[in-house]
Design a protein around this ligand. Structure first.
Ligand code: SF4
Length: 492
């Protein structure tokens, strides 16, 4: 096991996609022979060890380079339970070393042109650019501030190529008028409700259309999931376009799992031109959750933080990732998932803060069943001063029966259901669905007044008929609510 990367098991190194001159190949060999035993280096060619507390993040099976996924725990990685979550280890060590704020920088996806190649050459080149004498004197004889500046003058340009330009700053949206109804209502201070409608598993759209019509009067926007649990369904893009046709406002979810940087940019342009104005960026459930035969377990192209960074720059700077300008940039309201119960609240807060800096304007959280623990996470966000920069919609799922509760608790990454709720669901027997609704109503009541909460995101998971009742009984009907009966009368 490599000395500096705990829990690391052997994973194959990357190889260059081109033939390199002998000198470079020798350098690559030396780098691998040195960093391999120390860090388990896989030769990604885009080294981030300085930023990740000297633990290589390329052990993460999803290939994440900007922090943990929503399933991260102290105990193990949810994709491969025989190893620790390497991002938990990185955060843990970064806090112990006082280097946690370094984790805030939005880091680029791999430049595959460099993958398999050495990184020392870039560092040496940059030292030459800064001036070897200046670097040596700055590092050896400077005070703490000077040493840091000198270090950054060498490594910052290496890890942040011009085409990316990532930083640790908050970038406010470049526009002022809301681009969607969801944004408009949130900006106006309205407590909103959004709801998920499950995409169909066939080409038949009757059920989809009737579910859209059913929930539309009760919610501000409707989410369409993007192949949840890594299992294919009708695309979120198509469902969102159908919702627009039906006069409803969609939130299109995009999972990085199934995208490349090229596909992502093309897809949002197409979606935006079809009237889709809310986009939720997710890393996506691991292929580990899929049925056999499984595809690659690793996500190798972009993570959700990188998605936000790319989409924000497309909108606010009118630029593609490769730097080309576009004449008519897209306009959308950008969201991200937040996971209050994964890893530790202070770790997750760094991750959520980074998403806000990258471009997230609203969060829809993973399922919340424990308002007290949820508040700890909210407090961590408050400490980071981000509650005024992002709208938070809290994820609520009414439990239909005890089996569903068990599945959620045991199988869904980042979801924990307190024992007391589990006992209530078990004891309810045939009346379990009613008990599930009562629990959901109690949770909404406990959560809706918490500072920093701007709305509820109902994930009924195939139980859309319950949405009108929960919205009505929780007193969260939209201000301009028109009962469906009256809509029908008007239309007839
Ligand atoms: S739990 Fe998630 S972030 Fe952690 S190593 Fe596994 S896939 Fe990566």
């Amino acid at each position: 096991m490599p000395g500096f990367t705990p829990g690391r098991r052997w994973q194959p190194p990357y190889y260059p996609f081109k033939k390199e001159p002998l000198g470079l190949r020798l350098l690559e060999w030396v780098e691998r022979a040195t960093k391999g035993p120390m860090f388990g280096c896989r030769m990604c060619g885009n080294c981030l060890l300085q930023e990740t507390a000297f633990i290589c993040p390329m052990e993460c099976p999803k290939g994440l380079r900007n922090g943990p996924c929503g399933g991260s725990t102290k105990e193990f990685c949810y994709v491969d339970e025989t190893r620790p979550c390497i991002w938990y280890k990185i955060y843990d060590r970064a806090f112990r070393m006082g280097r946690q704020e370094i984790l805030m920088e939005v880091l680029p996806p791999l430049d595959w042109n460099k993958t398999g190649g050495e990184t020392w050459g870039d560092v040496v080149h940059q030292i030459g650019k800064v001036g070897t004498g200046k670097v040596i004197s700055g590092l050896l004889f400077g005070d703490g501030k000077k040493r840091k500046e000198t270090w950054e003058s060498v490594f910052q340009p290496v890890r942040q190529p011009e085409w990316w330009g990532g930083d640790s700053q908050y970038h406010a949206p470049s526009y002022s008028e809301p681009v969607s109804e969801l944004e408009k209502r949130l900006k106006a201070g309205e407590f909103v409700v959004t709801s998920e409608v499950a995409p169909p598993m066939t080409v038949a759209t009757n059920k989809l259309n009737s579910n859209i019509a059913l929930v539309k009067p009760y919610v501000t926007a409707i989410n369409f999931t993007d192949a949840p649990s890594a299992s294919p369904r009708m695309s979120s893009w198509a469902c969102s376009a159908l919702a627009v046709q039906a006069g409803a406002e969609p939130v299109m979810q995009i999972a990085a799992r199934d995208r490349t940087r090229i596909g992502l940019q093309g897809e949002v342009l197409g979606a935006n031109s079809m009237g889709i104005k809310n986009i939720l960026c997710l890393t996506g459930d691991s292929m580990r959750m899929a049925a056999d035969p499984r595809g690659r377990m690793d996500i190798v192209d972009i993570d959700s933080v990188q998605m936000l960074w790319i989409l924000r720059k497309m909108r606010d700077e009118g630029k593609y990732l490769d730097g080309r300008s576009m004449k008519f940039p897209p306009k959308y309201f950008l969201g991200a998932a937040a996971s209050p119960f994964a890893s530790e609240p202070k770790f997750q807060a760094i991750r959520e803060h980074k998403k806000v800096n990258a471009g997230a304007q609203f969060f829809q959280t993973n399922l919340v069943y424990d308002p007290d623990r949820f508040e700890i996470w909210l407090n961590e966000l408050a400490k980071r001063n981000i509650l005024d920069k992002v709208y938070i919609l809290v994820g609520i799922t009414p439990l239909k029966n005890f089996k569903v509760a068990q599945y959620m608790h045991n199988e869904v990454p980042g979801v924990t259901i307190p024992t007391e709720i589990m006992k209530r669901m078990e004891a309810a027997g045939d009346n379990a669905s009613e008990e599930g609704v009562q629990i959901a109503l109690e949770l909404i009541e406990a959560i809706k007044t918490k500072q920093g909460v701007n709305g509820i995101h109902l994930m009924a998971v195939g139980w859309e008929e319950i949405v009108p009742r929960i919205v009505t009984e929780s007193g969260l009907l939209p201000k301009d609510f028109v009962p469906p009966k009256d809509i029908e009368l008007k239309q007839s």
